[in-house]
Ligand binder design. Structure first.
Ligand SMILES: [Zn+2]
Length: 449
């Protein structure tokens, strides 16, 4: 009895949203009493990250009717997480976040099944990500977002007119918080801008010029960075600074305080020293809760069409009062990640080894250290060693043969992209077209150039 009351009060709002039409419903929405069941049974949702935002997301999604959830996170629980990552207790310190978060939500919400994965996102094969209908991101790193974005966009296929094929679109909902600020966004690869299309939203971190630190410090952070970046090396020749060593941190704090006094600067404290050195922006529980709620609602909207989607980027700012707005960003038509893929024309005689060499010098790619897959088949894997050895003989084969003599198709390449300091691990989709074969005309290729 108590259980059915809890159930009905839990689904009451969902029923209102899903069983009635309204003026704001999406184009494909049909009001039905079966939708709730369908979400439970057929929708696979992956939550990436089980930290401050991830904990909220798992709880919100489970309460929104999603019952098949998976969560991936590589971190273990630390004492400092406990103030906001509310699924964790003191006795959980040291355990994997994904495992504990999954367990706690399952304990509290009947019927929900959460599989956890305690590993790096890069450790999972691409097929792992393919089974999810929606991927929800609760991450704090730009690199990790970039990676998942590339994986999800990698599944996107285009038809011969370069229109994205809807069934291959893997929707993403991305949340992010920084102190009192946050964002929620919806990414429908091929339709709305992907993470890479708007990468300029995340400017590189501002570092203080060394001369300012050395000669004209103007604030507490300058004094701390002076002690951290300059003084440490002067005094500890060769010994590298360990931000997790409290003695090291104490030393930097003492030196920063001396310097602040010398220049008459206020505000150097131990916790600010930690913040500056570790680049920590304090996490605020309420920001996580608000952003997670927005992300979960968008996930429900994608799954059911019960309302028009956020279009496409919501920012929230609670620093002074509350400010929130939605911006509609546009796709970068030449995006290397969500576009139809970089077109590469090849002779049918090119071997896999030659092809890999070409990627290194390709002006749009500069790809090194690559692994290559074609339709789920490993053509060449750089790691682990046993796979490398297995796929090494392929290097001498023609790519055309390895692709089963398909005149044009998509292949996926992972590796390191870029030159000089701008290198980063990436996944790229390449459209390979073999020249001079029957069935491939210049006309076919014109659209993709
Ligand atoms: Zn893009």
């Amino acid at each position: 009895m108590a259980d059915s009351t809890a159930k009905s009060s839990r689904t009451r709002d969902l029923i209102k949203l899903l069983e009635r039409r309204g003026p704001l419903v999406g184009a494909n929405f049909s009001a039905s009493s079966e939708t709730i069941g369908d979400i439970k049974e057929f929708l696979n949702v992956l939550v990436v990250g089980a930290g401050g935002l991830g904990c909220e997301l798992l709880k919100d999604l489970a309460l929104s009717g999603f019952q098949k959830l998976e969560v991936i996170d590589m971190d273990r629980i630390e004492v400092t997480n406990l103030n906001r990552q509310f699924l964790f207790r003191l006795e959980d310190v040291g355990k994997p976040k994904a495992e504990v978060a999954a367990k706690r939500v399952m304990e509290r919400i009947n019927g929900v099944e959460i599989r956890h994965h305690f590993c790096r996102i890069e450790d999972k094969p691409l097929e792992f990500y393919e089974k999810f209908n929606i991927i929800v991101l609760g991450l704090d790193s730009i690199e990790a977002r970039s990676y998942i974005n590339a994986v999800a966009c990698g599944f996107l296929e285009y038809d011969s007119d370069d229109n994205p094929i809807e069934e291959t679109m893997k929707a993403m909902v991305d949340g992010g918080t920084e102190g009192f600020k946050g964002h929620a966004r919806v990414i429908l690869p091929g339709l709305t801008p992907c993470f890479e299309c708007t990468i300029w939203l995340f400017p590189p971190q501002v570092k203080f010029p060394l001369c300012t630190l050395a000669e004209t410090p103007r604030n507490a952070a300058h004094c701390i960075e002076y002690a951290h970046l300059i003084k440490w090396d002067e005094v500890h020749s060769g010994k590298s600074f360990d931000p997790d060593n409290p003695d090291h941190m104490q030393w930097v704090y003492t030196e920063a305080a001396k310097r602040a006094e010398l220049f008459g600067i206020q505000g150097v404290t131990y916790s600010l020293t930690q913040g500056v050195v570790k680049n920590i922006i304090p996490a605020i529980a309420s920001t996580n809760a608000i952003i997670s709620a927005a992300c979960s609602l968008e996930t429900l909207k994608i799954a059911t069409g019960c309302s028009k989607l956020l279009s496409n980027y919501l920012t929230y700012n609670g620093v002074e009062g509350l400010h929130t707005k939605v911006t509609e960003f546009v796709r970068d038509k030449d995006c290397l990640v969500c576009g139809p893929g970089v077109l590469i024309e090849l002779d049918a005689s090119v071997t896999l080894k030659k092809f890999i060499d070409m990627l290194k010098d390709h002006p749009k790619l500069f790809l090194t250290g690559v692994s290559i897959t074609y339709r789920g088949k490993n053509l060449y894997m750089r790691a682990p060693p046993v796979l490398e050895e297995m796929t090494r003989p392929n290097l001498d084969f023609q790519l055309f043969e390895l692709m089963d003599r398909t005149p044009k198709d998509i292949i996926h390449v992972t590796g390191t992209a870029g030159k000089g300091e701008k290198k980063q691990s990436c996944l790229r989709k390449l459209r390979v077209v073999f020249k001079g074969l029957d069935g491939v005309t210049d006309l076919d290729m014109a659209g993709g150039a």
